[in-house]
Design a binder for this molecule. Structure first.
Ligand code: HEM
Length: 310
């Protein structure tokens, strides 16, 4: 038995979502919190939540640099030059930063995979923790207590981004790599040729893709900056669009609403500018010269299943 000091009622109860609710499990042998052997080299031990949250967060930094460069190349420069050949030279200039064999996986592919996998792992850990808290053992019991947290709008936008980004990367990077062995024939002209071949499809696709991605990226960066607008935690079946957060002062509520509109405003403006360049300039440039077009047609029709429509 251990004698404890009397303490006041906890105003800030531990958070089940972040793992604070459960004390760090002790390993019977050493009496130390369960960690990854890091304490042995002098670092503070942390829970899975800590490491997964860190991976989910820091994995977004390198792709953010890529997305910023990409927005400049595919929107701001075409808007400024109004010419695809001049804009393409800027695109070629920045390619070594994100398309070299050593940098591409580190800047784009691996961090995005790490970001998605860590998010799903965190969700699964939290679902198990909730099931454990309520003693739900069978699948039906877990379903009854709705152990899986409802994905926030931020997470839903993230899941929607996967097929959209997949198609974009597939058509513009993977197919040229497979067919031509590289991206040397691909640039804004290739994208413009796609618009000319299938205007309804590509206009609709880029509106959806740019809006979803920009909202996810801007909302996500705002979350990392501590402005939690899109990731308010909600229990399944208890979502209320009008209810505020319990215990919130009027000032805090006003600040939260101001921040929410600020983030939506920045996302809306960024998406509008990106689309103005992508649809207004690239999307209306038309097809290229006949020798270019032959190669590009071959690339579009090599896309499996939907190649005929693109
Ligand atoms: C590069 C900038 C990015 C930032 C700042 C960012 C930010 C975030 C944040 C804050 C969350 C947590 C949502 C929550 O807790 O409710 C999240 C989740 C998610 N993100 Fe991103 N993200 C970025 C890029 C991407 C990309 C490129 C993809 C995929 C194509 C993606 C897919 C996802 C998915 C699927 C989730 C949900 C994971 C879960 O189940 O919780 N994100 N992102």
């Amino acid at each position: 038995m251990q004698e404890l000091e009397p303490s006041p009622v906890d105003d800030d109860p531990p958070d089940i979502e972040t793992g604070d609710y459960f004390p760090e499990p002790m390993s019977t042998a050493a009496g130390q919190p369960r960690s990854f052997g890091i304490s042995r080299i002098g670092l503070k031990p942390h829970s899975w939540d800590y490491w997964l949250s860190a991976v989910q967060r820091y994995s977004t930094y390198p792709p953010t640099v890529f997305f910023a460069l990409h927005a400049v190349n595919t929107s701001l420069i075409p808007l400024a030059t109004r010419s695809l050949p001049s804009s393409d030279s800027f695109l070629l200039l920045t390619r070594p930063i994100y398309q070299s064999p050593s940098l591409e996986p580190v800047m784009v592919a691996l961090p995005i995979v790490a970001h998605i996998v860590s998010g799903i792992a965190l969700r699964s850990i939290r679902a198990r923790r909730r099931a454990k808290k309520y003693g739900a053992e069978r699948r039906s019991q877990r379903y009854q207590i709705k152990s899986w947290p409802v994905p926030s709008l931020q997470a839903k936008l993230g899941y929607a981004m996967i097929p959209l980004l997949g198609l974009h990367v597939g058509v513009n990077r993977i197919i040229p790599l497979e067919v031509d062995g590289g991206s040397s024939s691909v640039g804004l002209g290739y994208v413009a040729h796609g618009f000319a071949r299938s205007p309804y499809f590509w206009n609709l696709f880029y509106i959806l893709f740019v809006a979803t991605s920009v909202w996810h990226l801007v909302g996500g960066l705002a979350t990392w900056m501590g402005i939690r607008v899109t990731t308010i935690r909600t229990e399944r079946g208890s979502i209320s669009k009008t209810a505020g957060i319990l215990g919130e002062t009027r000032e805090e509520r006003d600040r939260r609403r101001r921040n929410k509109w600020l983030v939506h405003g920045i996302a809306g403006l960024t998406a509008a500018i990106w689309l103005a360049g992508a649809l207004g300039i690239v999307g209306r440039a038309g097809s290229g010269s006949s020798w270019e077009v032959t190669g590009w047609d071959k690339l579009y029709s090599s896309v499996p299943v939907i190649g005929e429509w693109l």
